[in-house]
Design a protein around this ligand. Structure first.
Ligand code: FUB
Length: 636
């Protein structure tokens, strides 16, 4: 039997956007994304980082016109780095134009599975599709060429979870919540699609079967399973959020209460995570200027569970969550790393990643919680301008706060013709919110790839072509792990932590643990100054001191995206003796032309032993970088 549009979806489509009036513009840190209208947040903690996956409402929409899905990442919960559009309705041969509704991504065995809602273009309703990638930021590809579930008008809003016993569960649906097991490959159903018993005791009171509407978010905390969902309780003008808990994934569910009251937008959609000891609710509202029921924006607020596992009723805040760690301005920061912005957009950058674009006179970007320590004296930015450029005015704490400098940006001949510009700054020390205000003539002024501060006249540390000078210290990258992880992360679920147990030089190194597969190692994303098509000298040092003394082959590998595929090339390999440091080095290794999203990482050819990494350095091609001796050395 042909299914009708569900009551909630029908109601959502019928409600005029004007019924709910968004609040006046405020300079706050919610909504978290300002460069697009973002929807249906799906956060994922992977390694040290929170990845935020969102849908997108087309500008000035009068309905749910949703062209694509986007990804952002943060390690501090205030500043989000934009990874751009990572998947679109037309990546699915069966998808109808602009029907890219809610989605969620999960990692399993080093691969990333993105479950999405799309309307089937040849009829029958919506369906759940699945796309797969080798990195959290894509590129994602339709894994099946057809819906995994559906088509069926009730099949929307997938949520996915892998239980402690390894069983993966997929749940979805409006206005009934369906569930099905997934096989280990994550793209095959394991059994029949069933649905929960929907009533007021299981999913809350309503004049309908239950208050459950759509947008389920399924997870486990301790021994308790949670389903947080978009809810209708009655004549309350829009969706609330509610939640139920259960002792098993299949129930029996007990309705526990309201998580958020209707706000300023007809729909809402939850995403819940724990990260670095804090709990966060992601949701969407209509609070960006020009926003409304069909131009929504993702927001984030922190909350605390009750001792009985209860979720409080959370009020949307203007400030968002507390920042977890400060930004180091002496490292390169991407232009598209933003706490709050006005007017600007992002676009693909020829140096890899994105850049900040569409900058006009009076636009600005706020970066929250920047720690200048004892002071900064120079500012450098990589910029491009096809017009006459303009100025970057730099303020502390607010747009009317202390002005610490103005950097003049010249014409460079093209929107992707990059040039470093520098200016002196004064009065920046300690921790501040940083405001970049862009000024100039009419039209678009310039683009920003990255920026950094220096602490003396010799800066910037962003020099892109150091002289090859052996161990003199002129490195493009030098990670000694003496004062932190230097931006390294666990790869594919492995953990990394600074360790004092072993070191090649200094007193610390990076320990990589929690490995169950050879490709789980320690990884670092190369910044945009490392140019595709150019060669560099690479060196890393490794040591293991546990497990069997059988020879272990270590690989220093480069991962990159090229022509829509993720590729892996060995830079160097070595077999150290147990307990002895060994160098993995290659004095001239070329980053392939066209490579994007370039990572370096250390892995082993087998086994799951923890290992240590120290003194990872990159210099100009031809530089001989000193390192440990030992092991059987194999160039990549
Ligand atoms: O964004 C389109 C739809 O609106 C989602 O799939 C629902 O959860 C609601 O947010």
């Amino acid at each position: 039997m042909k299914k009708l549009l569900s009551m909630v979806t029908a109601a959502a489509l019928a409600i005029p956007a004007a019924v709910i009036t968004p609040p006046a513009y405020v300079n706050a840190d919610n909504p978290a994304i300002q460069t697009i209208y973002s929807t249906d947040p799906a956060p994922m903690v992977y390694g040290d980082t929170v990845y935020l996956y969102t849908g997108r409402d087309a500008d000035n929409s009068d309905n749910y016109h949703m062209p694509d899905w986007h990804c952002y990442s943060s390690q501090d919960m205030q500043n989000w780095t934009d990874h751009g559009m990572i998947l679109s309705w037309d990546s699915f041969s069966w998808g109808k134009q602009d029907s890219a509704w809610a989605a969620q991504c999960i990692e399993r065995n080093g691969k990333f599975y993105y479950y999405v809602t799309l309307e089937n273009k040849s009829g029958g309703g919506r369906g759940i599709g699945v796309a797969v990638a080798d990195s959290p930021t894509g590129p994602f590809k339709d894994a099946l060429g057809k819906p995994l579930c559906g088509p069926d008008w009730a099949y929307i809003d997938p949520t996915v979870f892998i239980d402690d016993d390894g069983q993966a569960w997929l749940m979805f649906g409006n206005p009934t919540c369906y569930y099905v097991k997934l096989k280990e490959d994550m793209v095959t159903l394991d059994g029949e699609i069933k649905h929960f018993d929907m009533n007021k005791d299981t999913f809350g009171p309503s004049s309908k079967q239950s208050s459950y509407g759509e947008g389920p978010w399924f997870y486990k905390r301790g021994d308790l399973y949670y389903l947080v969902f978009a809810a209708f309780y009655g004549n309350d003008g829009g969706e609330s959020l509610g939640y139920s808990t259960a002792p098993s994934p299949t129930g029996p569910w007990t309705y526990r209460g309201q998580v958020m009251r209707p706000h300023n937008c007809f729909t809402n959609h939850p995403g819940v995570i724990d990260y670095k000891g804090h709990s966060y609710l992601f949701y969407h509202d209509a609070s960006l200027p020009g926003g409304g029921t069909f131009d929504r924006s993702v927001c984030i607020d922190e909350f605390t569970y009750g001792a009985d596992g209860s979720i409080p009723t959370i009020s949307p805040s203007k400030t968002g969550p507390k920042q977890l760690k400060s930004v180091d301005p002496f490292k390169r920061v991407e232009g598209e790393t933003i706490c709050f912005s006005k007017g600007v957009k992002t676009e693909n950058c020829s140096n890899g990643g994105l850049d900040l674009a569409n900058i006009e006179d009076g636009d600005y970007v706020k970066v929250s919680g920047v720690d200048f320590g004892s002071g900064a004296e120079k500012f450098t930015a990589n910029i491009a301008s096809a017009t006459d450029g303009g100025n970057i005015e730099i303020y502390l704490d607010s747009l009317s706060g202390k002005k610490i400098g103005t950097c003049s940006v010249p014409a460079t001949g093209g929107w992707q013709d990059w040039k470093e510009v520098s200016c002196d700054v004064s009065g920046a020390s300690g921790e501040h919110d940083l405001f970049f205000k862009y000024t100039g003539g009419s039209g678009y002024l310039f683009n920003v790839d990255w920026w950094t501060f220096g602490d003396d006249e010799e800066t910037p540390q962003t020099t892109t072509s150091p002289a090859p000078s052996g161990d003199s210290g002129d490195y493009l990258l030098s990670c000694s792990f003496e004062s932190g992880d230097d931006g390294w992360e666990g790869r594919a679920g492995a953990s990394v932590a600074v360790s004092s147990k072993a070191s090649l030089t200094g007193s610390k190194s990076l320990c990589c643990s929690d490995r169950s597969s050879e490709w789980q190692g320690a990884t670092y994303k190369l910044g945009s100054s490392f140019r595709a098509g150019e060669s560099y000298s690479f060196s890393a040092n490794v040591m293991y001191d546990e497990g069997s003394a059988d020879s272990q082959l270590f690989h220093f590998t480069m991962q990159y995206d090229l022509d829509g595929t993720t590729k892996y090339d060995k830079i160097a390999s070595a077999s150290p003796m147990k307990g002895k440091w060994s160098q993995l080095a290659n004095p001239s290794f070329r980053i392939p032309s066209g490579a994007e999203n370039v990572y370096i990482y250390v892995e082993t050819d087998k086994g799951s032993t923890s290992f240590y990494v120290d003194d990872v350095k990159i210099a100009a091609a031809g530089t001989e970088i000193e390192g440990a001796v030992g092991g059987q050395f194999i160039l990549g």
